[in-house]
Design a protein around this ligand. Structure first.
Ligand SMILES: [Zn+2]
Length: 55
């Protein structure tokens, strides 16, 4: 039985308006890991992030 919780993560860049739709896994620490690092405009910190539980 799998214990991983999967999430759909939508990231909006506040700097240029780009949108990313990612898959995320919930870590034991409670964080959602997506591997997302930065936007194409080099913004690394100014985002709106929405997470949605899958299945
Ligand atoms: Zn951007």
């Amino acid at each position: 039985m799998k214990n991983k919780e999967r999430y759909k993560v939508t990231v909006y860049c506040n700097q240029c308006g780009e949108r990313y739709i990612l898959r995320g896994n919930r870590l034991k620490t409670g964080e959602i890991e997506t591997g997302f690092k930065q936007c194409i405009c080099n913004n690394e910190s100014k985002f709106h992030i929405f997470t949605e539980r899958l299945g």
